[in-house]
Design a protein around this ligand. Structure first.
Ligand code: TEU
Ligand code: CA
Length: 567
């Protein structure tokens, strides 16, 4: 049956406000800058915008450390600007999805300031406070209540001398974890969510939402079996909390909203539960399996080459796992991931074709595709020549840890960091060839990628064969072809090391995607399982090379993708 849910037919565009468009020359992107670019997004054809945090924040983690959930940080503008943005988005028939960061707040949020003011403050239990480990003196090495490591290097606990306890922060010391075991915390979050929905927001992207339930009592990770579940990922009450949130926030509302939960470490089996509509938890999740395949044993800072077969197998598993019920989100890029054309494609001699081929193999799968700002232009990783170019707390903390604590050689550490640093995704949006890429008339908070001279919106809009126009055609295909939204998914030639091919079928119509994800030409005529004889006369819906007069040849040029339709 044709699903009429809007977010199943939608493509959602992520704006990272700090790096999108600066309207007042202070070098920091802002809300008025986004308002000025709404027509650009409408031209691209996206249905909704996921806006990364714009709330009042000390900016320790570029806004993922919130000190006032109901106001706009002066660097980004005012609440009135936000209301204008919501109005402008809706006037163009688009929707606005807000970033919800409630696993933790800023340490400058009044809630934490009160909680930290004394051990018996009424808000003490809004966060995770614990005495030093038995037999240790507070503030000395090893005295942390558990052996958890922060995602941003160092222990996940910080000693608070004035009140003689540690507080938990899975991320930076300025991002204390909220205690979701405390119902008052949950109620305050739901109230804030309702406040935003009443203001016209259409849904939420929920930051590390699978970390809000911790296994109790808090325990060390050391000593547990290697494959033991993490004590703070998908904890015992996660489904209960999400169902309670769903009821308290969306229960009494009509209208169509969307929720997407960012869930590092989530498995496809768990995702089937989170996204099963009958459970009223979430509409979809961001999973991390495909963006962990080029991580070596040491994680993201220990990169290893990607095996295409592994990427295909991972994505096919998620397609299969959520085929019966639930729904996939589909992404290559976001503000935390290096740029896909550099990571999975060839950002040198085959920059344009590989950006287009990667876009096609993602967008034509079953699920909701997300486009991260600049992905539609084929923006690439940044040079990141030396340590001074990094701005991200995750990068800066890791570099200091590796060089200072581990004594690693700085240049070698930088080599490892270039591949995965989140800074790759945070260089300014490249609007025009002019200085600073047209992002700002001032000095940008982070260096623009020098290739903005050749990779920019002005040279692509309306230009046939550009990455932008290819993305626009892909998005239009999702809007025009029911098989793209509702068709089933069958991976083809799963073992082939360079071909990414699959079929989508619905009511006798088959759309076939054939992509050569390699630098060499690839004749697919004889590849096992393609049965191309039956496709000789099929119509071509989309391609990134000019058609050589019909499908006489089945030789795919480097990074060539063809989208065929039959039936
Ligand atoms: O990201 C959570 C998260 O898992 C990422 O930190 C990811 O693990 C890491 O970047 C991989 O390199 C969310 C936000 O998207 C991120 O920007 C925030 O820094 C983080 O939560 C804390 O709010
Ligand atoms: Ca600005």
């Amino acid at each position: 049956k044709l699903d009429t849910t809007w977010w199943k037919r939608a493509v959602i565009y992520q704006v990272y406000p700090r790096s999108f468009a600066d309207s007042n020359g202070d070098g920091i992107g802002d809300l008025p800058g986004i308002i000025d670019r709404l027509d650009y997004l409408h031209t691209l054809g996206v249905d909704a915008i996921w806006l990364s945090p714009f709330f009042t924040s000390p900016q320790a983690d570029n806004g993922y450390d919130i000190s006032d959930y109901r106001d706009v940080d002066p660097a980004f503008g005012t609440l009135a600007d936000l209301d204008r943005l919501i109005e402008g988005v809706h006037a163009r028939g688009m929707r606005l999805v807000m970033d919800l960061v409630v696993n933790h707040s800023s340490d400058e949020h009044p809630w934490f300031v009160e909680s930290a003011s004394s051990p018996d403050n009424p808000k003490r239990d809004w966060y995770w406070w614990r005495p030093p480990r038995e037999g240790f003196v507070g503030g000395t090495p090893g005295a942390e209540p558990t052996d958890w490591e922060s995602f941003f290097s160092g222990p996940a606990w910080t000693w608070h001398e004035p009140t003689g306890e540690y507080y938990l922060h899975l991320f930076s010391t300025k991002q204390p974890d909220l205690n979701w075991e405390n119902e008052a915390v949950r109620r305050a979050v739901y109230e804030m969510m309702n406040w935003w929905l009443d203001r016209g927001v259409d849904g939420f992207r929920m930051d590390v939402i699978n970390m809000i339930s911790k296994e109790l009592p808090l325990r060390d990770t050391a000593g547990a079996a290697a494959d033991a579940p993490s004590p703070f990922i998908c904890g015992p009450r996660i489904h209960e909390f999400l169902q309670e949130m769903n009821a308290a926030v969306f229960g009494g509302r009509t209208g169509q909203f969307v929720t997407v939960g960012e869930m590092p470490g989530v498995t496809v089996e768990q995702a089937e539960l989170f996204t099963d509509p009958s459970r009223h938890e979430l509409d979809m999740v961001f999973q991390f399996e495909h963006v962990g395949l080029d991580h070596g044993p040491g994680g993201k800072w220990d990169p290893k080459p990607l095996e295409l077969r592994e990427l295909k197998a991972s994505l096919a598993r998620w397609q299969k796992g959520l085929a019966r019920t639930g729904w996939n989100s589909l992404y290559w890029n976001n503000h935390d991931q290096p740029r896909a054309v550099s990571r999975f494609g060839n950002d040198d001699e085959h920059w344009e074709k590989s950006a287009q081929a990667l876009g096609a193999v993602l967008h034509l799968q079953r699920g909701t595709p997300y486009v991260y700002q600049g992905e539609e232009l084929g923006m690439t990783n940044a040079p990141l020549r030396d340590a001074a170019e990094f701005r991200d707390i995750e990068s800066i903390n890791y570099y200091a840890h590796a060089v200072t604590d581990l004594g690693d050689d700085g240049a070698a550490v930088l080599d490892r960091m270039r591949h995965s640093a989140r800074d790759n995704a945070r260089t300014p949006m490249q609007w025009r060839a002019e200085p600073q890429g047209g992002f700002t008339t001032g000095t940008p908070w982070i260096d623009p990628n020098p290739n903005h001279a050749t990779i920019n919106a002005a040279t692509q809009l309306g230009v046939p064969g550009s990455v932008f126009e290819f993305y626009r055609a892909l998005i239009a295909l999702r809007h025009s072809e029911p098989v793209v939204v509702n068709g089933d998914f069958t991976m083809l030639a799963p073992e082939h090391p360079a071909l990414f091919a699959y079929d989508r079928k619905l009511d006798g119509v088959t759309v076939r995607v054939l992509a050569n994800l390699s630098d060499d030409a690839l004749d697919v005529a004889t590849i096992e399982g393609l049965e191309l004889a039956g496709w000789a006369g099929a119509g071509r819906l989309l391609g990134n090379y000019s058609d050589r007069g019909g499908e006489a040849g089945w030789e795919l040029r480097p990074w060539e993708v063809r989208v065929l339709r039959r039936g």
